[in-house]
Design a protein around this ligand. Sequence first.
Ligand code: AMP
Length: 597
Amino acid sequence: MNNPFFELGIRHDIVNAITELGFENPTPIQEQSIPVLLTGSNDFVGLAQTGTGKTAAFGLPLLELLDFEENYPQALVLCPTRELCLQIANDLKNYSKNMNNVNVVAVYGGASISDQLRQIKRGVQIVVATPGRMLDIINRKAIDFSQVQFVVLDEADEMLNMGFQEDIDSILSTTPEDKKTWLFSATMPSEVRRISKKYMTDPYELTMGAKNTGNANIEHEYYIVRARDKYAAFKRIVDFNPEIFGIVFCRTKIETQEIAEALIKDGYNADSLHGDLSQQQRDKVMKRYRERSLQLLIATDVAARGIDVNDVTHVINYSLPDEIENYTHRSGRTARAGKTGVSISIIHGKEIHKIRQIEKVIGKRFIKAEIPTGFDVCEKQLFGLIHKVHNVEVDEQQIEQYIPRIMDEFADLSKEDLIKRFASIEFNSFLAYYKDAPDLNAPEDTRAASRDGGERFPRTGNRSDFTRLFINLGSVDGFTRGDLLGYFCNQTGISGRTIGKIDIKGVYSFLEVANDDTDKAFASFKEAEYKGRQVRIEISADGGDNRGSFGGGYKKRDGGGRRDGNSNRGNERNGGGSFRDFSGKRREDRTERRKRY
Ligand code: AMP
């Protein structure tokens, strides 16, 4: 039988390579764009979500069209993030592994420029680049784009979001007038429309699905909860989906950290990804997520750009994004490569109008879902466990030697007793946790919403239940919040579950303990030392960052601490471009995003 990729015009050695990657049939965007792009004579605009096979849609035609006997840059692919850049370069190398002399170079920030310059010098036909570093290399006169025939602008909307417009202009001005430009974008805000007009003549336009719509394989759900129940509701949703492999979106760095820490403390495999991480830390988190050592990745919009992990089952909007466009980007992280996925939004009753606006933009209805009851969760977990028992692979050889002793140990138990006990090992903790669990669903009622107080963060119970303690250890002693939590709990024997908010400052920190545990905390720190230094704890008098009457000398430092705390709460918003917010207003918002990457 003829391989459908042959029929699209792709040659054998490439088809063989992609067959090894598991590409049996072209995805819809590949089917429709490859024949057009293979002519090499059109500008092109493709509106498609991430994960739909865009890379091969432009990558395979590029491999067909370029002259690999020559060693000068013939194609330039610009994309918004380092991750995507590496992914595209890697994909192109994989597609061309049976071809001779194909040289692809990935050019991106945050890595050694000299390596990249060396690779360029050796000869390259396809450059895949993020705009900032590309411009840097152009300014060093280290590359000659005068013979570029094709420019691909991948995830154009993201590049504009990130404020790369000027860089793109400068880069493209070094390429020939008669090159062909292929633009791919998940959404078509007017900014993208404008650049397509600016850089292209009469482009061939391909829209997969309606404009700006999300992927048809994504189901959109929303849950309405009271602000103070948000974290508990979120956990319930996670517990109700034992096989979840999800990305949880928050609006701020602080929120991602708080949620991730709370989840880790509660025994989940989670970590956070945000703009303050170094590239190395970021790579580490992503590696763990890809390898599935992490089940939940808690991320900001900016940090999650370019995440190309397949098989993400759920996207959870812990907070709705500021811009509607970002909802499409977030939900596009699931249901990649023809799979299905769920995009969940946990909202407050007064946010329902935002859901209605998103529905209009993506052209799809949301399903209103109910937070499962404690009973539902326990039932789901129990049968999840039973399912696992059914499916577990038994290593007969290894287990064989233990069987007689195991049988002996269980000789006094009936089969029914045994099943009950095995099932209870994991199930008990859920039963205990969800015993008397309240209904967390809130009405879609703005009056109820406004009566509902502020959001209670995971560790920030009712403030009056906590005593805020000062401790003379902080970040200069190498403490993160997790470290301090561990240290404090070890020292006092107080359960981490009962600790409230933790604020790490420079030479000191604050942490909230349940009122009933205060005496225990003081007793435990009576003669405590840390690295030869006496550790002191004191009660912070006003419950805020000012410690008031307990040692006025600290007052000054507290004032400074407060400012730090606030600045840390900076909102990681979209930089560059102007976007519609939920109020329908245009917002000019050129912030610092590019600095972070
Ligand atoms: P992309 O949108 O290019 O990032 O592709 C998303 C995922 O789909 C990647 O893991 C690709 O390897 C995979 N993929 C792309 N095209 C095909 C295809 N025709 N058949 C199967 N998988 C594909």
